[in-house]
Ligand binder design. Sequence first.
Ligand code: ATP
Length: 208
Amino acid sequence: MVGLLGGTFDPIHTGHIRVARAALAAGLSRVVLVPARQAPHKSGLSTTDPFHRFALAALAAVGETSVGVSSYEVLREEPSYTINTVRYFRDRGAQVALIMGTDSLVEVETWRDCRELLDTAAILAYPRRPFLGDTVAPKLPDWIRGRLAADGAGRPGTVQILAGPPDDVSSTLIRDRIRRSEPLDGLLTPAVEEYVRKNGLYAGGGPV
Ligand code: ATP
């Protein structure tokens, strides 16, 4: 079963990699990072050129066993609806799991064709503040809460909370630190940090 970890990845950070590893540890055979061209819920915000974000994801995957990258969303003009990406992988014969943080899980009902999404794919959600432990289930609508399973990895229709410590890194934190010339403390992998620096990303020096 292939796990899709979608995101803006602006930039990809060690929190994303931690989530990918946890999904593999839960039994997935492969994780594919799927940088969004334009996330529908971030349509008002300007994001870095999708090809830079794709390159960052590819660099982050180097050396990560069983982690790949898909260009499916960055190559398409339309906003990146996860259901389209899931259909694409499913139509090519893949059994699909969707990987996300619990902050995304509590919003998943607002995603396009959410019922089909949850019927087609298993959901694996990694704990992210403030949605930890027992605080997650009450935030879910009944029909999604009813799908929570202790170890559903591999079963379409189930929602599983992955095991692991919360990690407070976010892309917003990284962008803020770079803008203020503050240390990144290993929150980006060395290759990602080098690419960000060489291309002047997030430094506020104008378009890239
Ligand atoms: P931003 O700060 O720009 O909103 P982000 O750090 O949340 O970005 P995204 O690319 O939007 O990163 O996240 C993609 C997916 O990865 C989402 O499902 C998100 O919940 C999850 N994710 C990102 N960082 C973490 C983290 N530290 N712990 C758990 N899940 C995370």
